[in-house]
Design a protein around this ligand. Structure first.
Ligand SMILES: Cc1cc2nc3c(=O)[nH]c(=O)nc-3n(C[C@H](O)[C@H](O)[C@H](O)COP(=O)(O)OP(=O)(O)OC[C@H]3O[C@@H](n4cnc5c(N)ncnc54)[C@H](O)[C@@H]3O)c2cc1C
Length: 332
């Protein structure tokens, strides 16, 4: 009986040459789970890339103050804590890409990861996108999805050349996507439900001063209107009158509480709640694919637990890569 089946054999005999776009490990999500995994994989000399869509797009990134992370007396902001973790990972050689993953092919060998601006390949993928996934909340959003409503400016922005669009949200991801849209759209309405932006100072300032962006602070998006196509957005500023802005497209980035798995397009099994399923080493059913942190709904949601998950996955990932390389070397 052969040690490996035909599929495994084919996988292992295929050449995997490390080019600029090829990594041992690609980690999707740079919160405490993903970043802790990166500290361990990069320290183990595995070429590691973390792709993250925005520091304040994750649960820890939006946390105002944190005082219960062991070893960090605090209080520090969640964003500061994640930054420190990222610096530690970078000091061991991990690379970070500020981008959003929009698709993956986990059965390909090497595995393929599509971000808005780059396509990369990896022997191992660690999923760490957390559970701040949107829950559709604006009337008209579901009905007009794909007819002017979008969740991805990097994917759909070019369809709105010289048009008027609205972006709804208040975090780094929303701000960066709005700035990206200014490349195409004639005018961008940025509708922020809170009185202040929760994005990094530099990007927030760029947005606030951009000549083609109108920021509506403390304003609730009441409905997206249109029949077959988006025609407008009804908004109400705090203490003000409801009005309708004529628009051609609406990009929605409101955070909810669902595990973020949309980019997997059903390639991995989930529970009824949409959570990923893993074994004790954080390995999913797909060889070489691990999942960590708030994506798994099986435990207490705390930063230190997400970080610990990341470490378990990183150690298992290292073992997985080394074992595969050893088998390949044996075949010499
Ligand atoms: C308001 C609030 C307060 C909290 N307070 C505390 C506290 O005091 N102490 C504590 O220990 N825990 C606290 N928590 C819980 C803690 O923040 C989470 O358990 C922890 O952040 C989970 O880590 P994670 O890495 O799994 O996910 P996250 O921290 O959510 O990180 C996920 C990352 O994935 C990125 N991402 C998502 N989708 C994509 C994509 N498609 N492409 C690229 N990147 C993507 C996001 O940008 C984000 O950076 C709090 C949570 C909240 C919401």
């Amino acid at each position: 009986m052969p040690l490996l089946d035909t599929q495994d054999r084919e996988m292992l005999t295929k050449e995997f040459k490390m080019g600029d776009d090829q990594y041992d490990v690609v980690i999707i999500g740079g919160g405490p789970a993903g970043t802790s995994a990166a500290i361990y994989t990069s320290r183990a000399d595995l070429r590691t890339l973390v792709i993250d869509k925005g520091l304040t797009a994750g649960a820890l990134g939006i946390t105002g103050m944190i005082s219960n992370y062991p070893g960090v007396v605090g209080p520090v902001s969640g964003a500061e804590l994640v930054e420190t973790m990222r610096q530690q990972a970078e000091s061991f050689g991990a690379e970070f890409l500020n981008d959003k993953v929009v698709g993956v092919d986990l059965s390909a060998e090497p595995k393929m990861i599509m971000a808005g601006t780059r396509m990369v390949y990896a022997k191992v993928v660690i999923l760490a996108t957390g559970s701040m996934g949107r829950t559709t909340s604006i009337p008209g959003e579901v009905e007009l999805l794909g007819h002017g409503v979008s969740y991805c400016a990097t994917c759909d922005g070019a369809f709105f050349r010289d048009k008027v669009v609205a972006v709804v949200g208040n975090n780094d991801e929303a701000v960066e996507e709005a700035l990206y849209l200014t490349k195409f759209a004639a005018h961008v309405h940025f509708v922020v439900p809170t009185p202040q932006l929760k994005a990094r100072e530099a990007t927030a300032a760029e947005l606030l001063h951009h000549p083609h962006v109108e920021v509506h602070l403390g304003t609730v998006a009441k409905a997206i209107t249109g029949d077959q196509q988006v025609k407008g957005i009804r908004i109400r500023p705090r203490g003000g009158e409801e009005t309708e802005l004529p628009i051609d497209g609406a990009f929605v980035y409101l955070q909810g509480g669902k595990p973020i798995t949309d980019f997997l397009m059903g390639q991995l099994e989930t529970t009824e709640q949409g959570c990923l399923i893993v074994d004790q080493e954080m390995h999913t059913q797909t060889p070489g694919v691990f999942a960590v942190g708030d994506l798994l709904c099986s435990h207490v949601k705390q930063a230190v637990i997400a970080a610990a998950d990341g470490v378990i996955a990183a150690i298992a990932a290292e073992k997985y890569v080394r074992e595969r390389s050893a088998v390949r070397a044996d075949w010499g």
